[in-house]
Design a protein around this ligand. Structure first.
Ligand code: SAH
Ligand code: MG
Length: 860
């Protein structure tokens, strides 16, 4: 094989001619706008596009917009070359003629251009077709030709077949250099290339080249299958594809645009419906029967008859033919990638395990592609313009942002408008949140989850989007997903260990998914290490439930119904075995999950690492001190969570006799019941201190509503809870508790936002985030579930207004940090004391809470 010569691409030619007098300036283009607030710039990094301006001594040119810098530079160089070689002409028809003349020139033959490869390969075609280049390729591989055709005849945008006649006509004006064959819709040079031109390009020849491709039949009941195309040396690959499609030669073949990744060479090849056996086709309307719906959906343009999906073609970077095998898995993955949740599943490589969460927490606990990027990808996949984001600040004193997203149709009509009411401390979080809202909506809509129109945050304009597109997305969603887990039966194996995960923990599991049919099984997905946040609904419900019940080292097993056949093919199983199993009857999916590691939520880790005793322990001690001082016997823990306070209180000698925990999380309450039960009921380990306890009760309900079982306690605690509700709800809770529950003492703790910089400086996580370079930027919240975090002033305004209204006194204090030293305590605490006596009665019939666990001492 001859040594490869330096590749001659447009940039290389410009370099030869101009050396360092050629200046390339790359411009990044961010496709969203920020309106109303000139001071705001979007710091969020996302997929961005590039345009290149090439400056030469006498003139400059600007490229089209590309996803890769390289392509933008090549395009600018190419434009500059055109300016240099082409005589200046105005009329697009004349320009088309001169462009054709350039394509058939000696100079073009030796360039490294995706189209010149075809010119060279055409010389190796057999028989009469030697040297003929199919016209259909030209607008596909040469944007200049395509644009000129569009400006001559705008209709070709919709009827790509009509370019052929335009190009044929133009070639008629070059009788000395280009010869057109009407019969073959191909063009050829009139005179042979001079030998020195032919010799100037050396192409390496592989003896035997076979490319795996996929046939997508237009009849939907025929399955998508593999085939092998023989493109061995000296054969023109387009002719080989033509043969597979059952037509005489390459000129009958049409090409789709690239599918999938940016600048992809994966395309669909299909027959020109006018010229091949599909002659039955008469007028546009009557083609319907031959429309290949699967192929059309995949590439977003109408395709008729059978199609072949293949990755093959010439690239800017080499003279050799580029090719890659395409398997049926690729096909199904491309299809899955067009569904909003599919993009997320594929990005995490956890097709059978992952699920798009409904909420965005913070950048540090989000795993997988970011919602904004998923949304952009979704739009791009469906040939819609990039989503448009608008952010605005909502208040002057505190930096907080709201973000809206708009999705437009191709012709710039508004399709979807999402304007969530929540505001965020960070603009990027606001953007991610509005993106995920929209994605969830799209997902519900396409999965037919009774969303057929607007909801509070989203306005949908169905008239502005083509029905075809909607139906196609729906159909492919149904085809690919249609999966409802939940309520599975599972079994857990292995020795129970100390470490069990709680909501908000980051868990790491290893898992394997099998396709099973009786005794036969095939692994279709395996992940050695897969992390997710428990409770964020980032995995399928079954996996979430099972993981929540395991301790580190244990394994869980469960079986689910088969997801769709198509989705099964996306998995990593051997396609032959998979089809075999699927064909031979009832199949199911079996999961085996092992819990490898549990990382506590960042907030808990900080509370343990930076304080001694840990901040949570300090809160417990604080409560104990008040219990002792007040000789309280009846305690209610509002928002008790997994019962950490109730559990720890039992380790200290106190006057308590009756304890009640209230929470809205059944899962957390179940944990609380488990630990409290073993502590209180197990005679052997019951600590002396807790022997006074006569009853313990866990109730499921919202602390914003009244329940008479909690009425009139001696002490109410509400530790690190209010920030998990909206500010309005927090205030409602304040009113309800002080006006209806009437605790003698109420202790409310919540994070002090002013303390966050100290916490965040000491955690490595924050350094990962580039945005954090800005010193004036607002701090992150401590936990993904926090709806707000207040400064001391904000908290004290809240508490003092409540106290005044309901006749309580209030004092402020805290734990973590030192009294009177800036920036105050890590956890700020308000202690409310009832000033008047407990009023008579109260509505004793109100019992909206559900009893989760009710324990009475046997000494009673
Ligand atoms: N007090 C516990 C748990 C704090 S986490 C501790 O200090 O460890 C916050 C808890 O508040 C969660 O368990 C959550 O389920 C609960 N919560 C949030 N909103 C609630 C509401 N409206 N009613 C009851 N509990 C609520
Ligand atoms: Mg909290």
């Amino acid at each position: 094989m001859a040594a490869k010569k330096e590749v001659i691409n447009p940039k290389a030619i410009i370099h030869q001619r101009f050396g360092d007098k050629a200046h390339y300036n790359i411009e990044e283009i961010q496709e969203f706008s920020s309106n109303g607030c000139p001071g705001l710039s979007i710091t969020q990094k996302g997929p961005c596009l590039y345009r290149c301006c090439l400056q030469l001594p006498d003139f400059s040119v600007v490229s089209e917009v590309f996803k890769r810098k390289k392509d933008a530079m090549q395009s600018a160089a190419e434009k500059a070359l055109e300016k240099l070689t082409d005589p200046p002409v105005e009329n697009p028809s004349d320009q088309l003629v001169s462009r054709l003349s350039y394509l058939f020139s000696n100079e073009f033959y030796a360039t490294c251009h995706p189209l010149s490869g075809h010119f060279r390969a055409a010389l190796h075609r057999e028989g009469d077709l030697k040297g003929f280049v199919p016209i259909s390729l030209m607008p596909i591989y040469d944007s200049k030709i395509s644009n000129l055709c569009k400006s001559i005849k705008p209709e070709v945008e919709l009827k790509p077949f009509e370019v052929t006649s335009l190009i044929m006509e133009a070639s008629g004006r070059l009788p000395d250099s280009v010869f057109g064959s009407k019969e073959h819709s191909s063009l050829k040079r009139v005179t042979p290339y001079p030998p020195e031109v032919l010799q100037s390009v050396e192409i390496s020849c592989e003896e035997e080249t076979y490319v795996k491709a996929i046939r997508v039949p237009y009849l939907v009941n025929k399955s998508v299958d593999s085939l092998t195309i023989d493109v061995s040396s000296n054969k023109y690959y387009m002719d080989a594809i033509a043969k597979e499609l059952g037509v005489s030669d390459a000129s009958r073949i049409m090409l789709s645009r690239g599918i999938g990744k940016a600048s992809s060479e994966t395309r669909l090849y299909f027959c020109d419906p006018k010229s091949c056996e599909l002659d039955l086709v008469k007028e546009d309307g009557q083609r319907e029967g031959l429309l290949n719906t699967r192929a059309s959906y995949l590439c977003g343009q109408d395709i008729y008859g059978d199609a072949i999906l293949a990755t093959i073609g010439y690239l800017w970077k080499s003279y050799d033919l580029f090719h890659e095998d395409v398997s049926s898995r690729t096909y199904y993955r491309l299809l899955l990638n067009k569904i909003p949740t599919g993009i997320y599943k594929l990005s995490r490589e956890a097709i059978f395990a992952a699920k798009l969460p409904l909420n965005f927490g913070t950048r540090s606990n989000w795993r997988g592609m970011f919602p904004r990027d998923i949304l952009s990808t979704f739009c791009r996949q469906h040939h819609l313009p990039e989503p448009v984001f608008t952010s605005k600040t909502t208040s002057k004193s505190e930096e907080s942002f709201k973000s809206e997203v708009k999705i437009f149709s191709k012709d710039r009509n508004l399709i979807l408008h999402c304007h969530p009411s929540e505001s965020y401390k960070k603009q990027s979080d606001a953007i991610q949140n509005s993106s995920i809202k929209l994605l969830s909506w799209l997902n519900d809509y396409f999965m037919k989850v009774n969303t057929n129109g607007n909801n509070g945050d989203i306005v949908f304009y169905p008239d502005h989007i083509s029905n075809d597109l909607l139906t196609q997305i729906k159909e492919s969603c149904e085809q690919m997903l249609g999966f409802d887990g939940g309520n599975c039966e599972y079994r857990i194996e292995g020795e129970e260990s100390e470490i069990t995960p709680t909501t908000g923990c980051l868990v790491c599991v290893g898992y394997c998914v099998w396709l099973v049919n009786g005794e036969e099984r095939e692994v279709i997905e395996k992940n050695e290490e897969f992390e997710f946040e428990l409770g964020s609904e980032a995995v399928i419900p079954d996996l979430e439930t099972v993981t929540g019940q395991m301790s580190v080292g244990q394994s869980g097993h469960f079986t689910t119904k088969l997801t769709s056949r198509e989705l099964t093919f996306v998995g990593n199983g051997d396609p032959e075995r998979v089809s075999g199993l699927l064909a031979s009857g009832e199949c199911a999916l079996e999961y085996c999950v092992t819990l490898l590691r549990v990382t506590e939520p960042l907030e808990d880790r900080m509370e343990k690492a930076l304080f001694s005793p840990s901040l949570s322990k300090q809160r417990v001690l604080y409560a104990v001190q008040h219990i002792r001082e007040s000789c309280a016997t009846f305690l209610v823990d509002f928002g008790c969570g997994s019962g950490s306070l109730l559990d720890s209180l039992l380790d200290y000698p106190t006057s308590l006799e009756r304890i009640v925990g209230v929470d809205i999380s059944i899962k957390a309450l179940a944990r609380a019941a488990k630990t409290l039960h073993s502590k209180l009921s197990n005679g052997c380990i019951v600590p002396v201190q807790s022997s006074r306890i006569k009853s313990a009760l866990l109730l499921d309900g919202s602390i914003t509503t009244f329940d008479s079982r909690v009425y009139g306690c001696d002490i109410g605690t509400c530790l690190e809870v209010i920030e998990h509700m909206s500010e309005d709800q927090a205030t409602t809770f304040g009113h309800v508790v002080l006006s209806s529950f009437f605790p003698k003492i109420l202790i409310v703790s919540t994070p002090n936002y002013e303390y966050n910089p100290i916490l965040q400086k000491s955690t490595p996580q924050s350094q990962e985030e580039e945005e954090d370079k800005n010193p004036t930027k607002p701090c992150k919240f401590r936990n993904f579930d926090h709806k707000f975090e207040w400064t001391r002033d904000q908290f004290q305004v809240w508490a003092s207004e409540l106290a005044k209204k309901h006749n309580y006194s209030v004092e402020y204090s805290g734990v973590g940090g030192v009294e009177g030293v800036e920036p105050g305590f890590a956890s700020q605490i308000a202690v409310f004391r009832r000033v008047r006596d407990l009023p008579e009665g109260g509505e004793m019939k109100d019992v909206p809470y559900n009893v989760v666990w009710d324990w009475k001492s046997s000494n009673e």
